[in-house]
Design a protein around this ligand. Structure first.
Ligand code: T4K
Length: 401
């Protein structure tokens, strides 16, 4: 693989006292902004070779040979029958929910990227927000159960940070109430639950292959499923409902993956294990460095499972001397663009905030978790020295300096 440009100058300053901090006037740790979500990019030459072949062939989109190869590879890797590649994760969510004929109300977490809710609202399906388990940050099945009404038709679990939802428990709730169950697996590519890769759970699972994701196709997404009828329906829906040249048999949209996106996907797919190794190494460096920082805890990945280690998620304890927002401010001054994902929760965003002004009463864990999480930079642009520089800033904040 070819590394993306690494973060600025090294060695970095190590922050030992308050006066070393950029927020107090010292020079920042990094010359350029360090982003959460820098893309993992595979071998440049391999990508350019594929791009050149696309140009030579004159076949740019509409279920081209690379998109088909991409679908075959992904389905085989995940161990599912069908991969229906799409132009992005949001459209993939819309097509999947429509193909499942969800309507009325669908239960989702509020603690997720807003696209999970918007994909429903866009189709005039009402997202009903259920609370999360504060230990896992995923849907709490008991909270889901409490939100079911006669209008409920489905549940969408989100494998947040790539850590799988409680699939078995959600399945039991869905079965008891005759609801459809699917997953937003946007964060979960290459992650497993009980040794089985995310992709085969529920009636279907949706991936995002956005640039910031562990595995990207620039923009892209897919729905994967073992259901032949559902897959066929989604293939029609992503191509305007065309079945043959002049025959439209379904109301559809344009959800197709382009050939250049598939070329990026096939290239990055070849370096997947290397991305995992880099992310894991970053994760271990953060874990070691933060282990001595009282009041900051790193969200851990289950080492007995497969993980992509894409998100470095830190929880700030209530007794920590600085608030989460102050930490973000201090880090931004150092040019470390830490993020407050997924604050303030979908229920506090429009239109949901106006529709359900009291939704927060049912979402205490969403509130407390979203107020104390900060996500730190990882990916192939990062390395151990830079991470130790970042954690030195946090140690000084922890010491109350
Ligand atoms: N469901 C879930 C659970 C999701 O997390 C997402 C997407 C979706 C559904 C929808 O899938 P898509 O329709 O997006 O395929 C970013 C991504 O745009 C979004 O895809 C992602 N979730 C979300 C978690 O993160 P923002 O608002 O944080 O994007 P932005 O532009 O601030 O970028 C994040 C950081 O990445 C920046 O600091 C800069 C850096 N970056 C970004 C891009 C695009 C780069 O270094 N290079 C790049 O090319 O939403």
């Amino acid at each position: 693989m070819t590394l993306v440009k690494e973060v600025g100058k090294s060695p970095y300053k190590i922050v030992r006292s308050a006066t070393d901090r950029a927020i107090n006037g010292a020079p920042p740790m990094f010359d350029e902004p360090i982003h959460v979500g820098r893309p993992n990019i595979g071998n440049h030459k391999a990508f350019l070779q594929r791009a050149s072949e696309i140009l030579d062939s004159g076949w740019l989109t509409n279920n081209g040979p690379l998109a088909q190869e991409f679908e075959r590879r992904i389905a085989a890797f995940l161990g599912v029958k069908h991969c229906v590649a799409m132009c992005n994760g949001t459209i993939a969510l819309e097509i999947a929910t429509r193909a499942l004929e969800l309507k009325g109300e669908v239960i989702v977490p509020s603690y997720t990227f807003v696209a999970t809710a918007h994909a429903l609202q866009w189709q005039e399906i009402t997202p009903i927000f259920a609370d999360i388990d504060p230990a896992t940050h995923n849907l709490d099945p008991a909270a889901v159960w409490r939100m079911i009404t006669p209008r409920t038709t489905g549940i969408i679990g989100v494998h947040l940070w790539g850590r799988p939802s409680p699939v078995k428990e959600l399945k039991a709730v869905a079965k008891e109430h005759n609801l459809r169950l699917m997953f937003d697996a946007s964060h979960g590519f290459g992650c497993s639950l009980n040794g089985k890769l995310v992709g085969g759970f529920g009636e279907c699972e949706v991936f995002s292959f956005h640039a910031t994701k562990f595995f990207n196709t620039f923009e892209g997404g897919a729905v994967v499923t073992n259901n032949d009828t559902l897959a066929e329906k989604m293939r029609l829906m992503r191509n305007f409902g065309f079945s043959g040249y002049d025959n439209v048999i379904y109301p559809g949209t344009n959800g197709k993956m382009t050939e250049i996106a598939a070329a990026m996907g096939l290239t990055n797919f070849e370096d997947l294990e290397e991305f995992v190794a880099i992310n894991r190494s970053n994760y271990c460096t953060y874990r070691d460095a933060l282990s001595s920082v009282h009041g900051l805890s790193l969200l851990e990945y289950d080492e007995s499972e497969r993980n992509n280690y894409q998100y470095i998620v830190v929880e700030v304890a209530p007794y920590f001397p600085a608030s989460r927002d102050r930490i973000v401010e201090v880090l931004h001054a150092e040019n470390v663009l830490a993020r407050r994902y997924f604050w303030p929760g979908c229920h506090n965003m429009e239109p949901y905030r106006s529709y359900y002004p009291h939704a927060g009463l049912m979402l205490p864990n969403t509130k407390s978790v979203s107020e104390r999480v900060v996500v730190l930079p990882s990916g192939s642009a990062m390395h151990a020295d830079a991470i130790r520089g970042i954690t030195s800033v946090l140690s000084v904040v922890a010491a109350g300096a």
